[in-house]
Design a protein around this ligand. Structure first.
Ligand SMILES: [Zn+2]
Length: 344
């Protein structure tokens, strides 16, 4: 047997070694001779089963820190090693390489490239998602992060003097930071249904567009809304086609039906939130809120692509300024929505 990859191995005493730092799996291996403690500290990819006494191997095995010796490490791009190592340790099956390879075969669209959308797209590209489709016809605005503004300058240089739209600008910056990702742009969310997408992330101000959500729901496309408001952000619910054995899970329309039940004026308010904003100001969230909301949204998408369960299935992260500490709020499916009906 060998130690799993990505573990820190540390000396605690002459006869004691600690394997792992994360309290989910870290173990202390005590009662070793100095020579055996040294061998464990230098184990790397070498076998440990002929170097350690049975109780030490039992402790490492019980903590899930061993893998069969001699299994050839599977090759991945060096820039994806952080994903492989951390996800390999955290996953039950230990297969970080398999998870990253699934990401490479995946296509994710990001609709709305303000600050949080740029964080979502950039994080997914760097985390190994194979194809990103970017949708935002607006011109690059002053709220766009510096990296994307650099992309705008490059895209503009490629395209003569014409100012590129925001999707083209962000695509230019992503090709710089994640050369392994295929990045293309699409004119609008309607065009997303012509090609298969594994997930569509919609990023909006004030409220997600119910029409887009309904279109994606009707087409069985997994989707995740991100919304920023005056001083908070909402991420979720993650909506995907129901699987056998699922409890009924809410969709965006379920949330609107529940809000309307609690506040009869909600449809009137919602119509204003998704319509044109007064004046021409497009509110961008503060930087730390955009980073946290965008990062959480990207993690939800990756959980789905990696074969896991996003935490916002049937729930929503609420992220308030100034702490930007997320709170997970659960929402039930609304009985009149029909989205979670058997066979839906
Ligand atoms: Zn619903």
């Amino acid at each position: 047997m060998q130690l799993r990859q990505g573990l820190r191995v540390l000396r605690r005493a002459a006869d004691e070694v600690q394997v792992g730092l994360d309290p989910r799996w870290a173990v202390r291996v005590a009662g070793l001779s100095t020579e055996r403690a040294d061998r464990l500290l230098r184990a790397g990819d070498r076998r440990v089963d002929d170097a350690l006494p049975a109780p030490a191997l039992d402790a490492l095995g019980a903590a899930g820190l061993l893998r069969p010796a001699g299994s050839r490490p599977r090759r991945v791009r060096p820039d994806l090693r952080p994903e492989v190592l951390a996800h390999g340790l955290a996953r039950e099956d230990g297969d970080g390489v398999g998870a990253v390879r699934r990401r490479a075969r995946s296509t994710v669209a990001v609709v709305g490239l303000g600050r949080p959308g740029v964080v979502v797209a950039g994080t997914l590209a760097v985390a190994g998602v194979g194809t990103l489709v970017l949708v935002d016809p607006r011109p690059p605005g002053p709220g766009l992060p510096a990296a994307a503004a650099g992309g705008a300058a490059r895209a503009g240089a490629d395209d003569g003097a014409r100012t590129p739209d925001r999707a083209t600008a962000v695509a230019g910056s992503l090709r710089g930071v994640a050369p392994g990702a295929r990045v293309r742009t699409a004119p609008g969310p309607g065009g997303l249904l012509t090609d298969p997408h594994d997930v569509v992330v919609t990023v909006a101000t004030d409220a997600p567009d119910p029409a887009t959500a309904l279109t994606l729901l009707g087409a069985d496309v997994p989707h995740l809304p991100v919304v920023t408001r005056e001083a908070d952000a909402l991420v979720g619910p993650f909506v995907r086609p129901a699987r056998p054995g699922d409890d009924p899970l809410c969709c965006l329309r379920c949330l609107d039906l529940q809000r309307a039940a609690a506040d009869p004026a909600w449809p009137v308010v919602l119509a204003q939130l998704v319509g044109p904003r007064p004046g021409d100001a497009v509110a961008e969230p503060p930087a730390a809120l955009a980073a946290v909301a965008g990062g959480l949204a990207a993690a939800e998408v990756l959980a789905h692509l990696d074969g896991g369960e996003p935490r916002t299935l049937g729930a929503q992260y609420e992220i308030p300024v100034p702490s930007v500490a997320p709170r997970l709020r659960r929402w039930a499916a609304h009985p009149e929505c029909g989205c979670a009906a058997p066979g839906a």
